[in-house]
Ligand binder design. Sequence first.
Ligand SMILES: [Zn+2]
Length: 204
Amino acid sequence: MLEYAEPVTKLIDEFKRLPSIGQKSAQRLAFHILRMAQTDVERLASALLEVKQRIILCSICNNLTEVDPCRFCASPTRDHSVICVVEEPHSLVAVEKTRSYKGVYHILHGSLSPMRHIGPNELHLANLLPRLKPENNDGVQVREVILATNPNTEGEATANYISRLLKPLGIRTTRIAMGMPVGGDLEYVDEVTMDKALENRHEI
Ligand SMILES: [Zn+2]
């Protein structure tokens, strides 16, 4: 790395800290930035800062939002008696694309993974159980929790863990159907497959 001037090395090192970015990709990105127009680089830099300054997590569902509660939790037209539990904000987008789901969400920001040392405490799970009580949900009794974690080993383990938590509460708990490729991520599922997966959900 000694062959690059210090600011270039620094930028490459920062890119390498991002997920799925190795040395080669980091170099490619850094050189791309160097070739970009000054105004484009400034726009990118301010977008990075703005997202950190303006985006917070909804205190109810953990969605990324500029206002708390988020637009789903605050909406009078959404069905607050059905909660769809997803791993990441992009999974929420996959469910929204179906246009058939009218309930609200709970975003875990991850999935259980002993390999990566991610246990229940590392997930945004603590604010799920309180929501299920009518007194914490504007008087609305939650009648169903849909577990829409990813159809892979970690997503399954997470769904099983949450269903065990909910069992004693007597709330209907369902899992989306696995019409989608096993081992996949909801991010890459088309809306028709997602719609079918929701429609064919089953009790767990
Ligand atoms: Zn919310």
